[in-house]
Design a binder for this molecule. Structure first.
Ligand SMILES: NC(=O)c1ccc[n+]([C@@H]2O[C@H](COP(=O)([O-])OP(=O)(O)OC[C@H]3O[C@@H](n4cnc5c(N)ncnc54)[C@H](OP(=O)(O)O)[C@@H]3O)[C@@H](O)[C@H]2O)c1
Length: 344
């Protein structure tokens, strides 16, 4: 059994990691941390886990050495404490944005601060199995992925791999997101009367995940807008791409199949009829699947590439467990092969 600890286990991503890892076939969860809630039962914060675990929260300084450490801390904490945390386990999967970008200058540009541990950046592999599978098999340190970046990257990847992204043309991506992206700490804008029913332009320009999209796809002229909508879980990326050359439906099918036919957690969704003809986050809640589809506007040549996922799963904890499986030479699908709910 792999002995695993979750650092920052009281948040939404920490809770989701716990839900997955408690039922993972070769994992034993040894510690779940919270500084605020030390000694409280973890199920008092994650009520879906009542009677399924007797664990109590511990502070980080009480965590004993283990095999794998999952970090689900507030932004910046993992980087500030990485030397101390790395003493606790030979392998780390971090869900935060602290180690996602490959160079410190890019980090500083997007996060408006000097990176607290720049020497660690090249030790981490970006935790997107669909792009970095082989590197993930050969590393001890995995960074998290941005949920909006993952929805965007999975939408663009087939076009990037087919050589269809034109560096001289702009790519516009609109991502609609649910409220759990903001984490478990409430604030004025997450107060129910303010958040419920909202269709709010959260970040029309300048969203930090743009850097991850450029890093993964190589596309420089990416314009990302984030809109908060009436969902708790879920993200839907709609990418508008004018490819290098005119493409046909057939070309697009070929590109999407070449990229995703063998992927265990990405499904190509493009049906001719029915309600769920294209990807939709609603039916992915709680699952590690990302659904990807496309539409072609033949009059203008525009390709609309769409990806739906659960931000807490394929956008965070699910992918993190998938990466642990790869890093530990386990079946990549272990503990993750279950569908979302329908109806929900
Ligand atoms: N929410 C998403 O959809 C999503 C998706 C992808 C990645 N992420 C990333 O995953 C990480 C966790 O996100 P979340 O949504 O789970 O956030 P969250 O609900 O706000 O949880 C944050 C966690 O960090 C801990 N923490 C905060 N300040 C701390 C400190 N000074 N020292 C030690 N622990 C501290 C909290 O523990 P206490 O109980 O001690 O406060 C809590 O367990 C973030 O870095 C986020 O960017 C989130």
């Amino acid at each position: 059994m792999l002995r695993v600890a979750i650092i920052g286990g009281s948040g939404y991503v920490g809770g989701e990691l716990l839900r997955l890892l408690l039922f993972h076939p070769v994992v034993e969860v040894t510690h779940v941390t919270s500084e605020r809630l030390s000694e409280r039962p973890v199920a008092s914060v994650h009520p879906n886990l009542r009677r399924l675990t007797q664990l109590q929260f511990t502070p980080i300084n009480k965590v004993e050495p283990c095999d794998v450490l999952f970090l689900a801390l507030r932004h910046g904490e993992a980087a500030r404490r990485i030397e101390e945390l790395a003493q606790l386990a030979p392998r780390i999967v971090d869900c935060s944005a602290d180690f996602r970008l490959r160079d410190a200058a890019t980090y500083e540009r997007w996060y408006s601060e000097t990176h607290p541990a720049p020497d660690w950046l090249d030790k981490f592999v970006y935790g997107l199995p669909e792009v970095h599978r082989e590197e993930l098999r050969n590393t001890n340190y995995v960074s998290g992925v941005g949920c909006n970046a993952t929805a965007s990257n999975l939408a663009l990847l087939p076009l990037a791999r087919a050589g269809l992204l034109d560096p001289s043309r702009d790519i516009v991506i609109e991502v609609k997101v649910g409220s759990s992206e903001g984490g478990a700490q409430a604030n004025d804008s997450s107060h129910h009367p303010e958040r419920s029913g909202a269709v709010r332009s959260f970040a029309p320009t300048g969203h930090r995940h743009t850097a991850e999209i450029t890093q993964v796809t190589g596309a420089e002229r990416v314009h990302l807008s984030i809109t908060s909508v009436e969902l708790v879980r879920g993200a839907l990326a709609t990418a508008h791409v004018f490819p290098k050359e005119r493409v046909t439906e057939k070309d697009l099918w070929r590109a999407y199949r070449a990229t995703y036919s063998d992927e265990p957690f990405v499904r190509i969704i493009r049906e001719r009829q029915g309600t769920y003809r294209l990807p939709e986050p609603k039916i992915l809640a709680g699952s590690n699947y990302a659904d990807v589809g496309f539409a072609l506007d033949e009059a203008t040549g525009r390709v609309v590439s769409i990806c739906a996922l659960d931000n807490l799963m394929k956008g965070a904890a699910g992918t993190a467990v998938q990466c642990m499986n790869l890093m530990c030479a386990l079946d990549e699908r272990a503990g993750l092969e279950f569908p979302g709910l329908h109806p929900i």
